[in-house]
Design a protein around this ligand. Structure first.
Ligand code: AP5
Ligand code: MG
Length: 210
């Protein structure tokens, strides 16, 4: 059984959607640095206030801040058994840092064409309270514009605006895509076609983790 897994993939590839299901299968917590950062922004912590501008523009938050928030989360007892990392590492420096404190069992790359990424991101809506993720065409809420779980209004993520999306895709290509080679060389990488329904993709991810 895999206990330390990394999900790589461009914005909108479905990392969060897949990680939620797969982490349950593996019985490990789903750790998304994006979710941890958004929680810090919402809580107006000093770290959140520092991170907010980078996120809004679709750039990377400085490594030191991301490593701090990740280390704090890894100290919670549930992470002792392992974890599924979603959105970390995102550049070579973060991959090197991860290598100093964890042995990764496998890296899954979720591959989606640029057109489909842009469509998924423009149609995404999230709960402003619990961060649950919806999609106007592929996963609409039961009641228009409201979260199924708590009825809170759904909003668009600030970085899902068109200008920020363009920047996020560029940052992915320049800084994160080199990690595919990095993990391929270490024989840890499995690429998965992440088009199709969430269940179809999950079946492919499960095969890649077997
Ligand atoms: P982060 O939150 O990690 O965002 P991201 O990488 O841009 O990825 P997304 O969350 O946008 O997409 P996803 O792949 O999770 O897709 P989802 O499942 O939601 O990071 C945000 C920001 O935080 C960064 O820009 C940066 O500023 C900062 N940050 C985070 N980590 C950092 C780090 N390590 N270092 C530095 N900075 C960091 O799906 C998208 C949509 O598609 C949804 O609507 C969903 O319902 C739908 N969908 C998903 N799968 C399918 C499917 N199979 N079929 C149909 N629809 C689907
Ligand atoms: Mg996500």
């Amino acid at each position: 059984m895999m206990h330390r897994v990394v999900f790589l993939g461009p914005p909108g590839a479905g990392k969060g959607t897949q990680a939620a299901q797969i982490a349950r299968d593996l019985k490990v917590p789903h750790l998304s640095t994006g979710d941890l950062l958004r929680t810090a922004v919402a809580a107006r912590t000093p770290l959140g206030l520092e991170a907010e501008g980078y996120m809004r523009a679709g750039g990377l938050v400085p490594d030191a801040l991301v490593l701090k928030i990740l280390h704090e989360r890894l100290e919670l007892p549930d992470a002792r058994v392992g974890y599924l990392l979603d959105g970390f590492p995102r550049n070579l420096a973060q991959a090197e840092a991860l290598g100093t404190f964890a042995e990764i069992d496998r890296v899954i790359s979720l591959d989606v064409s640029p057109d489909l990424l842009v469509r998924r991101l423009s149609e995404r809506r999230v709960c402003s309270k619990c961060q649950s993720v919806y999609n106007l065409s592929t996963k609409p809420p039961k009641s228009d514009g409201k979260c199924d779980l708590d009825g809170t209004p759904l909003v668009q993520r600030p970085d899902d605006r068109a200008e920020a999306v363009t920047n996020r895709l560029k940052v992915y290509a320049e800084q994160t895509a080199p990690l595919l080679d990095y993990y391929e060389k270490r024989h840890l990488l499995r690429s998965v076609d992440a088009s199709g329904t969430p269940d179809e993709v999950a079946a492919r991810v499960r095969r890649a983790l077997a």
